[in-house]
Design a protein around this ligand. Structure first.
Ligand SMILES: Cc1cc2nc3c(=O)[nH]c(=O)nc-3n(C[C@H](O)[C@H](O)[C@H](O)COP(=O)(O)OP(=O)(O)OC[C@H]3O[C@@H](n4cnc5c(N)ncnc54)[C@H](O)[C@@H]3O)c2cc1C
Length: 394
């Protein structure tokens, strides 16, 4: 089976790693950026236990590598900015593994390690040819110097090119987007271990939420949410330090020292133009093209709101399950369309559940849905039961 992978990020990297050296499979990876380009992309993320459990089963050496390059994530915890505790859930009480706290650069590095022989970097997809008889595909990539490379006889194309998938747009049209009505900023702050921050914590001032955790090397990852109009662009003034001060400073009572430090760090970064801004949104789900030879794993197929930290997590899960199913396909003699149909059947309900849960868990960062009781409910048994289902291996 000749498998092309467009986009060697999280999902593409896991799949390329898992298929490397598999007898009966030829892997051809194409990635727009250079091998280390994400090393400066800053920022961190939390990867859920479900990704690690899926990798433990399919690709234990990659799971070990990720654990080695990260810190464990073991809790959900929230308080108000004035320090009133709201809820706490220990991950070991709802999952059979810890999650991870990791820098983006480290995640990409681990996912790409060991696949350099099969990946062409700085190769951007230019076009895809899909014959009308359902036969093998061809694609063309372009290099920064304008060189074009056409690759044919592709039995299966893995479109792992992320949220703005050029493959999906070319073959199926642009996905439809649903906005949540929340802006997000992210930044890495350096405190060299000075602030009393370790595992994941959140601080609420109404629906305005700060979320932070420690990473390696004296860094703290900070993310903040602010409600905006649904579908509205983030107003320029709301990206500024004065606006952040107003949103996160409580009307009554003093901020806890740690929340104050984080807010001060966010304001410094805002003044220096170092906050990364985005709007929380999801796209409609698409697993494969009509011809059955193109797969859309990760964000290309089901980008979701990041409230539960499940975007990269489910991209890893998709990758791990796909690797297992390619092994099975080779053993059973399935062709590419059969493999993709079975993959979709296995993943569809789970991803629908995770997307819906991520959306529902975002109620407390919406201006018209926030309540302190709503936040407290995230430590109660019904919510923990859903976390248990979320953190199954997939
Ligand atoms: C604010 C925010 C916070 C988040 N926090 C978390 C979190 O804490 N935990 C979590 O699990 N997820 C989080 N996510 C989600 C996460 O970023 C994505 O879900 C994840 O990166 C998806 O992985 P992927 O492999 O599908 O796509 P990507 O990681 O985006 O990889 C796509 C790859 O394709 C390449 N590419 C793109 N176009 C082309 C092309 N035309 N030709 C060749 N290559 C191409 C790109 O360079 C890239 O390497 C967050 C997202 C946001 C917006």
């Amino acid at each position: 089976m000749r498998i092309a992978i467009v986009g060697v990020g999280v999902a593409g990297g896991v799949i390329a790693t898992g298929l490397a050296g598999l007898p009966g499979v030829q892997v051809l990876g194409f990635e727009r950026v250079g091998p280390e380009d994400h090393a400066v992309a800053g920022n961190g993320l939390n990867v859920g236990p479900n990704a690690l459990l899926a990798l433990d089963r399919a690709l234990p050496s990659l799971a070990a590598r990720l654990r080695e390059a990260s810190l464990p994530w073991r809790q959900w915890r929230a308080a108000t900015v004035t320090g009133e505790p709201l809820y706490e859930v220990a991950l070991p009480s709802v999952a059979a593994s810890d999650g991870l706290r990791i820098r983006w650069a480290e995640l990409y590095r681990a996912c790409r390690e060991g696949v350099s022989a099969s990946v062409r970097y700085q190769a951007t997809l230019a076009s895809v040819e899909r014959p009308s008889d359902g036969g093998p595909l061809a694609l063309t990539v372009v290099r920064p110097d304008g060189e074009r490379l056409r690759v044919g006889d592709i039995d299966l194309l893995v479109a792992a090119d992320g949220r703005y998938s050029a493959v999906r747009e070319t073959l199926c049209g642009a996905p439809s987007i649903t906005h949540l009505g929340v802006a997000n900023f992210r930044v890495l702050l350096r405190d060299d271990g000075a602030w009393p921050i370790d595992d994941l914590e959140q601080w609420f001032n109404g629906p305005h939420r700060l979320l932070a955790f420690r990473l390696r090397d004296g860094l703290v990852y900070l993310s903040g949410n602010l409600p905006i109009g649904v579908g509205q662009a983030i107003p320029e003034e709301q990206r500024g330090a004065d606006w952040l001060e107003r949103c996160f400073t409580p009307l009554a009572g003093a901020m806890t020292p740690v929340a104050r430090e984080l807010l001060a760090g966010a304001c410094r970064a805002a003044r220096a133009g170092e906050l990364h801004w985005s709007r929380l949104q999801e796209i409609d789900v698409r697993w494969r093209d009509d011809g059955g030879r193109v797969l859309y794993p990760g964000d290309a197929g089901h980008a979701m709101v990041p409230t539960l930290g499940q975007g990269a997590t489910t991209a890893i899960e998709d990758g791990a399950v796909f690797v297992e199913m390619v092994r099975q396909a080779l053993a059973q003699g399935w062709d590419a369309p059969t493999l993709l149909a079975r993959f979709e059947a296995r993943r569809r309900d789970r991803i629908d559940f995770i997307r819906a849960f991520s959306w529902e868990a975002s109620d407390v960062i919406l201006a018209d849905r926030f309540s302190l009781d709503g936040v407290r409910a995230k430590g109660a048994p019904p919510y923990c039961e859903k976390l248990r289902r979320l953190y199954e291996p997939g």
